[in-house]
Ligand binder design. Structure first.
Ligand code: NAI
Ligand code: 13P
Length: 316
């Protein structure tokens, strides 16, 4: 297995020590993992290419790498974000920049905090692809004694579940940082799931996907774990840090920060109300105070909980 990294000094250190000290200090990588700074070397023998850069940086890299892939390479996206500007899901970005058809583009998503997986703690996940044979191939490739992937044909639902949960985790982080309690957290998780489901259904996803690992599963893990960068970022805002201060304090990618705007734009495009996402955008991108935003969220017009109840579709 070949790992591509953009910094030659980190690549050399990984090859010399078997440890990726900048991202997973103290974790010994399997002997089968070799690192390279040359994307052509990484792509050359890649039957399966696993893509895990931050979502906002994926397109330029993939465009640069377009000539490197074999016509049969299968792509696996681990990226849980929506591209700003185009509002494209990562599977769409991959298809556009590699020319791969739907049978070669897959998404791996679920409650998969990296730090727990490298410790070989048990985890389950979903491999989504329009083509069941490809999904099964990737499922077989990543199935281990501690990692159990399921297949799903609903790529939009799985991908959106992963992207929207990061936005909801930011919101939960904010209320946790403000000390607003577990009732608030449970309300945000539950209504956040309703929000993701509404948007997903409007985009053609199966609502049941959101009750699965890529929906509810990932939402629960991310909103309740101190390992989550999105939750931690929100927590810092809730404690009173500015957005700039929270960005400085966050060394890794918190996808929901940029993706909240793209998810909000998808809501507008599909005519779906996304009040929690709008609240996150107000705090992170519109400079609003978390206390005012929580007050505004709570004082919205009362609504039925369920879709279609009393003849109208419920918002949050
Ligand atoms: N860490 C986790 O627990 C999980 C992460 N993910 C997803 O995986 C994706 C990557 O996340 P992490 O690896 O955790 O983030 P990270 O912040 O640890 O790593 C991001 C990687 O992208 C690289 N990168 C950043 N800007 C770049 C650029 N302009 N050009 C090339 N490379 C660039 C960085 O060097 C780094 O290696 C995200 O979409 C995240 O949502 C999904 C499941 C779990
Ligand atoms: O996606 C994740 C777990 O499934 C990781 O969440 P964070 O990006 O918030 O750390």
């Amino acid at each position: 297995m070949t790992l591509w990294g953009r910094r030659p000094e980190l690549v050399d250190a990984i090859n010399a020590t078997g440890v990726n000290g900048d991202y997973l200090p103290g974790v010994q990588l399997p002997d089968s993992v070799r690192a390279t700074a040359d994307p052509a070397v990484a792509a050359r023998e890649a039957d399966i290419a696993v893509l895990a850069v931050s979502a906002q940086h994926a397109r330029p890299l993939l465009e640069e790498w377009r000539p490197l892939w074999s016509p049969s390479t299968v792509f696996v996206s681990l990226m849980k974000g929506v591209e700003l500007g185009t509002n494209r899901l990562m599977s769409q970005v991959i298809a556009e920049t590699t020319g791969a058809g739907p049978d070669r583009v897959t998404v791996l998503s679920g409650p998969n905090l990296a730090r727990e997986i490298v410790q070989r703690k048990p985890a389950a996940s979903v491999v989504a692809c329009a083509d069941h044979n490809t999904a099964e191939r990737v499922q077989t490739a990543c199935h281990t004694a501690y990692f159990r992937p399921y297949t799903n044909s609903d790529i939009v639902g799985c991908e959106l579940g992963g992207a929207v949960k990061n936005v909801i985790a930011l919101a939960v982080g904010v209320t946790d940082g403000m000390g607003l309690g577990d009732n608030a957290k449970a309300a945000l998780v539950t209504r956040g799931l309703a929000e993701a489901t509404r948007l997903g259904v409007a985009m053609g996803a199966d609502p049941l996907t959101f009750a699965g690992l890529a929906g509810m599963g990932d939402l629960v893990a991310t909103c309740s774990s101190t390992l989550s960068r999105n939750h931690s970022f929100g927590y810092r805002l809730g404690e009173g840090l500015t957005v700039e201060e929270a960005k400085k304090a966050t060394t890794q990618t918190a996808e929901g920060v940029a993706s909240s705007k793209a998810v909000s734009a998808l809501g507008e495009r599909y005519g779906v109300e996304l009040p929690i996402t709008a609240a996150v955008v107000d705090i992170i991108h519109n400079g609003q105070n978390p206390t005012d935003v929580v007050d505004a969220l709570m004082s919205r017009t009362p609504k039925p909980e369920r879709f279609g109840d009393r003849g109208r579709e419920a918002g949050n």
